[in-house]
Design a protein around this ligand. Structure first.
Ligand SMILES: Nc1ncnc2c1ncn2[C@@H]1O[C@H](COP(=O)(O)OP(=O)(O)O)[C@@H](O)[C@H]1O
Ligand SMILES: [Mg+2]
Length: 266
């Protein structure tokens, strides 16, 4: 008998369990504790929203998921953070590879001062890809996935910073897709955009979850309600409530969540 019998259940578990999860997570900036005992899953091929008042730790938690906090001096992370069942804070983790698998989109679009093409292909070129066919294929596929191909196919040499803001943000999403991430972290990706541009990004996100696991920080509760499958409500570093978005918004289990979603939080 081969050892397949023992391998298959483990592989199946990795493919069906949450894509990521944190367990008993504490985070300190020096003496200040910004996250307290946070535990939650991030469901595969779903959108998870993190909501809560400014300063409650949403961005901090998001940055834990691809170790962006490592770049801040004096940060201490305790607890478990898993990607496909593997501890991403284990000493042998390749942090560059991790940040390719778990990519981030920021509040303000941050295209490089390069052409559209060179923005999208930046990551592949850094990785040493020279094959013209592969670069062209990735360019088109990434722009199509971000619904930019029709807009930009004749403007591939234009500077990306000349694009309208919502196209810049979708370009940043396309740049991420070009390196084939598995998880996309978004920190208030629409806060610099008008309602029409916001709607485009939201629609795009809903389309992307078929292929990616998405975590979005938003201070816009309507946005969380519209697009997310699961919601975590945070307050002063605590995960007050986590559950299916419909439940959190219509039948919250904690009076503090109720106060926040009804606008009574002061
Ligand atoms: N680099 C940092 N150094 C020290 N404290 C920080 C740092 N970044 C965030 N904080 C503090 O951690 C808490 C959570 O911040 P943050 O995660 O940015 O909240 P949110 O994204 O929910 O607004 C806040 O009290 C903030 O002042
Ligand atoms: Mg923030």
């Amino acid at each position: 008998m081969s050892n397949h019998a023992t391998q298959i259940p483990a592989a199946a578990a990795a493919a069906t369990g949450p894509k990521m999860r944190v367990e008993r997570l504490d985070l300190y900036y020096g003496a200040f504790q910004a996250l307290r005992d946070v535990s939650m899953p991030f469901a595969r091929n779903h959108i998870t929203a993190l909501i809560g008042p400014s300063g409650c730790g949403k961005s901090t938690l998001l940055r834990v998921l691809n170790r962006m906090n490592d770049l801040i001096p004096g940060v201490l992370v305790q607890g478990l953070v898993e990607l496909d069942g593997c501890d991403i804070y284990a000493p042998d983790t390749d942090v560059c590879e991790l940040r390719t698998r778990v990519g981030m989109v920021f509040q303000r679009p941050n295209p490089f001062p390069l052409s559209v093409r060179d923005n999208i292909l930046f990551g592949l070129r850094v990785a040493g890809v020279r094959n013209r066919g592969r670069l062209d294929e990735t360019l088109e596929r990434s722009l199509r996935s971000a619904w930019l191909w029709e807009n930009l196919k004749d403007r591939l040499n234009d500077p990306a910073i000349d694009l309208p803001l919502d196209q810049q943000q979708r370009l940043c999403i396309a740049r991420l897709l070009a390196v084939s991430p598995e998880v996309i972290l978004m920190d208030e990706p629409c806060s610099a955009l008008d309602p029409i541009a916001t709607a485009k990004i939201e629609e795009l996100m809903i389309g992307l979850k078929r292929d990616y696991t998405i975590v979005i920080v938003t201070h816009n509760m309507q946005q969380a309600a519209r697009i997310s499958d699961f919601t975590g409500y945070m307050l002063l570093g605590d995960m007050v409530e986590f559950g299916p978005t419909t439940k959190v918004f219509t039948d919250p289990g904690d009076v503090r969540t109720q106060d926040y979603i009804s606008g009574r939080y002061g």
